[in-house]
Every structure is written in C-alpha cells, then in structure tokens.
Design a protein around this ligand. Structure first.
Ligand code: GRF
Length: 186
C-alpha cells in the first residue's frame, strides 16, 4: 500500500488552506500541489516554496481525460493521500473509486449542514448562532462523506458573509492540518 503520509494538495485558487497544510505539516509530507487552473495564485506560492507542481487547464479537456492524467501524476509522485483545498472541480466517480478512502476535503460549514456553495450566506439567512468548518472524506456525493473533524465558529450579531468567512477561514487553517495529521496515521 502507498504511504498515506505522502500527500498531494489539489487547489484552484489562492490556496490559503494549502499554505496552512504545508506550514503546519506534522506526520505527513506534501509531495505535490496540483491544479486545474494553471494560473492559480496558490501554484506560484507552491513553486516558490520548492514544492513539485502539476497543472492542467480543466477547460476544454474531456472530464475523463483530465481525471486520468491527474491520477497518473499522483501515481508518479507515489501519493498516498489527496487533500482538496479549494479545488473547484467535481471529481468523476471513476477517480473517486480509484482513490477511495484516500481523498479528504475542507468545507466551510458544520456538515451535514450546508453542503455545496454559499455556506456563509445560508448560515446567516437561517439565523444560526454557530457556524464552522468540517474536514470530510470525499465520496461520489458532494460534501457528503464521513466527517473526520470539525470546528465551531460563533456567529456575531453584526456578521456579514465576508466577516464570517474570514473567521471560518482562520478556523480552517487550524483544523485541516490537525485532522490530516491524524487521518494519515489511522
Ligand atoms: C475554503 O473556504 C474552503 O473551505 C473551500 O474553499 C475555500 C478555499 O480557500 N473548500 P483557499 O483557496 O484555501 O484559500
């Protein structure tokens, strides 16, 4: 079996969770940063940090082909665990099956509440007193796999989606490295 401590991080954007995973890596090693957006700002940071990167523009590439090439790159780097960090592309059932039980994701809500997008707007509209973030296993169903860990963030009366997002993001940066470190040792 592959070493679960060899982690690939998949990003599409700024990559603040990726940074947190790299900077607070304990018990695992980040061996690849991969993206479906060749111009993702997070990729530049990864390169500057000396990490191997892989990128392929997801637009215009057949979905199966993208997932096949991504999977091949992960195998080339002997990846044992895949951490999604703002990866805005749904992985095909084929890919999920290839890597079953080895893909985790961070989501900005207390799952199973608010799967999908716009979690902060939805938490505020519902009048919730508490929000937070969750790390979960990735399955074929969006944001529905087993929750591996979560952190609560109280909602303040004057919170906007932006202010809440900021505080939840700070909690994500604490939670994700901790849960990933535990997960790879299971
Ligand atoms: C985070 O809010 C994460 O929970 C969600 O996408 C966002 C990614 O942000 N899945 P970043 O690229 O890690 O800064």
């Amino acid at each position: 079996m592959r070493d679960p401590g060899r982690v690939a991080i998949l990003i599409s954007g700024r990559g603040s969770n990726m940074k947190a995973l790299v900077e607070q890596a304990q018990g695992y090693e980040v061996v690849l940063v991969a993206s479906n957006k060749p111009l993702a700002p997070g990729l530049e940071w990864a390169r500057a940090a000396g990490l191997p990167t892989w990128a392929l523009d997801g637009k215009g590439v057949d979905k199966q082909e993208f997932d096949r090439l991504l999977s091949a790159a992960l195998h080339d780097h002997q990846v044992g665990t895949i951490a999604l960090a703002g990866f805005m592309r749904i992985l095909s059932p084929w890919f999920v099956d290839q890597w079953r039980g080895r893909i985790v994701n961070i989501h900005p809500s207390l799952l199973p509440k608010y799967q999908g997008l716009d979690t902060h707007v939805r938490a505020l509209s519902a009048g919730d007193a508490v929000s937070g973030c969750s790390v979960h296993l990735v399955t074929e169903e969006l944001d529905a796999g087993e929750v591996l860990g979560s952190a609560e963030v109280p909602i303040e009366p004057d919170d906007t989606p932006e202010s809440l997002e900021q505080r939840v993001l700070a909690a994500e940066h604490q939670l994700y490295p901790k849960v990933l470190g535990e997960f790879v040792h299971k």
